[in-house]
Design a protein around this ligand. Structure first.
Ligand code: PLP
Length: 378
């Protein structure tokens, strides 16, 4: 495709030019192994520690609490399995029915091993009830696992309050913060988070690099054994990826959420344009407390997949749900959990980034209105 407008930033993001410039020397010239004892390796190690410091600062953590991984899926599985292995006498976990597949599938695996998993339901707008969460805790509960923000509908969850509940009942708290980092403030100390995941490719760094934050004071068991990352994650370090993630964290800190305001005004413009040009639509999720960049919308009588292909022909890239689900004929588990009428209002997800322009949103809504008219006539 020659020219396209990318509106699927919850699936992945473009690598920032400054991030690319920072990482390239670690592929071309400084390609040493960080564990080597000569300077060619030691210099690389220094850069890894610099990146670790930036990520720690972004999360309000201590550098030694940051573990580099291959991505958030690995971080999520590591955190959950570590909680299980370090609490052999407890057999109950509380999570939500709208988590990412890497959490959901780990929970299903644990269920098959005899663990008792509570999947908190959500209301029509995707919200959970804190009272219900607290009432589900028993003496057997070892872990509470709730995402900071949802990848499909953009809902922001009350992480600080959940952290307080977890601490009060002496449970571990794992938070998948992949979609939240860079979009809302996250502070692991203030939010009482024990373990947290983030992913490079959602914040303008490349794919294949992520972070697991682990509170220093909690017990830990690795998923991948080895000497790197202070014995907490084996495997030769992805130096270029780590440097890139460090740079991406630095850029988020520098930006201080300024671009989030700009993104939010464009997302609001998108929804305003839709309401003035198109009849019969519904915006999914908690529109009062959502990520600034996300809009999940269903159009009455319009098949989202057909709409997505017509939009692609006009050069606009959106998804029909989460990236992992869009190739599957199964309906989105998030919208099913919300009890949404996805047969009559099947959803497209539009997710913006700091690179999205006003003109792109204006052009996109024109194409959207045209293609919806076309599909409805058919
Ligand atoms: N958690 C959430 C909420 C996500 O949106 C994603 C990616 O889609 C992941 C976890 C997995 O991240 P990664 O691609 O780094 O494994």
């Amino acid at each position: 495709m020659n020219r396209f407008v990318y509106l699927d930033n919850n699936a992945t993001t473009k690598v920032d030019g400054e991030v690319l410039t920072a990482m390239l020397p670690f592929l071309e010239q400084n390609y040493g192994n960080a564990s080597s004892l000569y300077a060619f390796g030691k210099d690389v190690k220094k850069e890894i520690e610099k990146a670790r410091k930036n990520v720690a600062k972004l999360l309000g953590a201590n550098s030694k609490e940051i573990i580099f991984t291959s991505g958030a899926s690995e971080s999520n599985v590591t955190a959950i399995m570590s909680a299980v292995k370090t609490n052999p006498n407890k057999r109950h976990i509380i999570t939500t029915s709208v988590e990412h597949a890497s959490i959901m599938e780990t929970m299903r695996h644990l269920e098959s091993c005899g663990y008792n998993i509570t999947y908190l339901p959500v209301d029509a707008s995707g919200k959970i009830s804190l009272q219900q969460l607290e009432s589900e805790i028993t003496g057997q509960t070892l872990l509470i696992c709730v995402m900071a923000a949802n990848n499909e509908i953009g809902n922001i969850y009350p992480i600080k309050e959940i952290g307080e509940i977890a601490r009060k009942h002496n449970c571990l708290f794992h938070c998948d913060a992949v979609q939240a980092v860079g979009k809302i403030p996250i502070n692991v100390e203030l939010m009482n988070i024990d373990t947290l995941s983030l992913s490079g490719h959602k914040i303008h760094a490349p794919k294949g690099i992520g972070v697991l934050y682990k509170k220093d004071s909690i017990n830990f068991e690795p998923l991948i054994y080895g000497h790197q990352e202070r014995e907490r994650r084996g495997g030769t370090e992805n130096v270029a990826g780590i440097v890139a993630l460090g740079k991406a964290a630095e850029l988020i800190l520098e930006d201080d959420f300024k671009s989030v305001n700009q993104i939010e005004s464009l997302r609001n413009l998108l929804e305003k344009n839709i309401s003035s040009k198109i009849n019969g639509f519904t915006v999914y999720g908690d529109t009062q407390n959502r990520l600034a960049n996300t809009s999940s919308i269903g159009f009455e009588g319009v098949n989202a997949q057909e709409l997505m292909f017509l939009l692609e022909r006009d050069g606009f890239l959106v998804s029909t749900g989460s990236a992992c689900n869009s190739s599957s004929p199964e309906p989105s588990h998030v919208l099913v959990a919300c009890g949404a009428d996805i047969t009559n209002y099947s959803p497209i997800r539009v997710s913006l980034s700091k690179y999205t322009t006003r003109q792109e949103i204006e052009d996109f809504t024109e194409s959207l209105a045209k293609n919806i008219n076309k599909l409805r006539k058919n």
